[in-house]
Ligand binder design. Structure first.
Ligand code: PLP
Length: 406
């Protein structure tokens, strides 16, 4: 076990800097995470030593970079325990992965009057592509409701499933309030009616052990930048059978087999879904991030984050006039709150002056804010490089906010 918080903090150069003349506290991890040296140096090494476009080259460096890119695919496969390398499609991120499925599977299976089920606690990325698909096809979007704690109502979900349901798409973890959904059960229920399921793993992959075979997910999507890797790269995992069946999404070079002016045949998996030059340096960087997380220990990270969440929940709950949203029994380190009589934006601005980065607003989850009857929250989202001392500093800053508005 190599989990030592001081060592871990030293792995992240940005955490050593100051903001507004104070030691920097970064609590905006659900928006994007900071990068360890291992990732920065791995990508730097490619740019300095081996950069060449992949797959098509016969020359030395192209061969090295191609091998590194495909090794990253294997790292991802291993990380989420997919059965095959070719079930790992590199995408620009979660949003791109969901759009890919909406435009391929969606276009293929959805007909007028069909239904797609999402949930009340989705990020806009897992709402809008399905809503647009429904508009195109004159289909209906159904929404699994939640209780006041931010937990989905599975009995209602069972009722929503009908012979017209064609796709279920739900998030593994809610970005706005941290709820961990019982996705294995959600998948099982959908499969009992023969309906495929997409899981949005953007907020889960960096906190939980994800095993796509155990979950039996048909699709699982996530972004590199939210799991300590680079921006502009993500993964769409899909089961081999379903990926074989659905048509390609974007078209062009690399995803083809034979091209003539009369007809084009497509490449095999995974290349059928990777048109154009992929972000190979991003993929290699994301692979390095996964190796780094494994080195630190996924279970150790989860245990440390659980402690931080409990501490943060307790400390913030002690503050008078502060109300925490998202009280699910199963949740990850998201502390989403409002301060009585103070706009989240004002609070966030003042907290920033204390060198602490939090996010304010609706967190790309307007429907859930509406459900709570609020415009937005202040969100402190935790990572394993955060500390209890940083949470104390957040609480001090919140007290200062209250003082200023009293
Ligand atoms: N889904 C969830 C649950 C998210 O939290 C986010 C980003 O915050 C996304 C999807 C979109 O991710 P990206 O912007 O990396 O495509």
């Amino acid at each position: 076990m190599t989990f030592d918080i001081n060592n871990i903090r030293n792995d992240f150069p940005i955490l050593q800097r100051k903001v507004h003349n104070r030691p920097f506290v970064y609590f905006d991890n659900a928006a994007t995470t900071q990068k360890p040296l291992k990732v920065i140096e791995r990508m730097d090494k490619v740019y300095r030593e081996t950069n060449s476009n992949i797959h098509r080259g016969v020359h030395y460096l192209s061969d090295i970079t191609t091998n590194d890119f495909e090794a990253a695919r294997e790292t991802v496969r291993n990380f989420i325990n997919a059965r095959h390398d070719h079930e790992i499609i590199f995408t620009p991120g979660t949003t791109a992965g969901i759009n890919l499925v909406a435009y391929t599977l969606g276009e293929k299976v959805i007909r007028r009057g069909d239904e797609i089920i999402i949930s009340a606690i989705e990020h806009h990325a897992n709402i809008v592509p399905w809503q647009m698909l429904c508009e195109r096809k004159k289909a209906k979007l159904r929404v699994i409701p939640m209780n006041d704690n931010g937990e989905l109502l599975l009995e209602e979900y069972r009722k929503l499933l009908s012979p017209r349901t064609r796709i279920v798409a739900v998030t593994h973890v809610a970005n706005s309030i941290g709820t961990v959904n019982p996705v294995k059960q959600i998948i099982e229920i959908a499969h009992s009616q023969g309906v495929p399921v997409l899981i949005d793993g953007a907020q889960a992959i960096q906190h939980l052990r994800v095993d796509v075979q155990e979950l039996d997910a048909d699709f699982y999507v996530f972004s590199g930048h939210k799991m300590y890797g680079p921006t502009g790269i993500g993964v769409l995992y899909g089961k081999e059978g379903i990926l074989e069946e659905i048509p390609p999404y974007q078209t062009g070079g690399e995803m083809v087999d034979q091209v003539s002016f009369e007809k084009t045949t497509f490449n095999s998996l995974p290349f059928k879904f990777e048109a154009g030059t992929p972000n190979y340096i991003g993929a290699i960087g994301m692979g390095a991030a996964m190796e780094y997380l494994k080195e630190k220990g996924l279970d150790e990270i989860a245990a440390y984050e659980k402690d931080l969440l409990e501490y943060g929940t307790r400390r913030l709950s002690e503050i008078e006039g502060l109300y925490l949203f998202g009280r699910a029994k199963e949740k990850i380190g998201v502390l989403s709150f409002v301060l009585k009589g103070i706009h989240p934006y004002d609070a966030g601005m003042i907290i920033d002056k204390h060198g602490i980065a939090v996010r304010t607003g609706n967190h790309c989850a307007q429907p859930i804010m509406e459900r709570f009857g609020i415009g937005g929250t202040v969100r402190a989202s935790l990572a394993f490089y955060n500390t209890r001392k940083e949470i104390d500093r957040l609480c001090e800053a919140v007290e200062k906010v209250k003082e200023m508005f009293s």
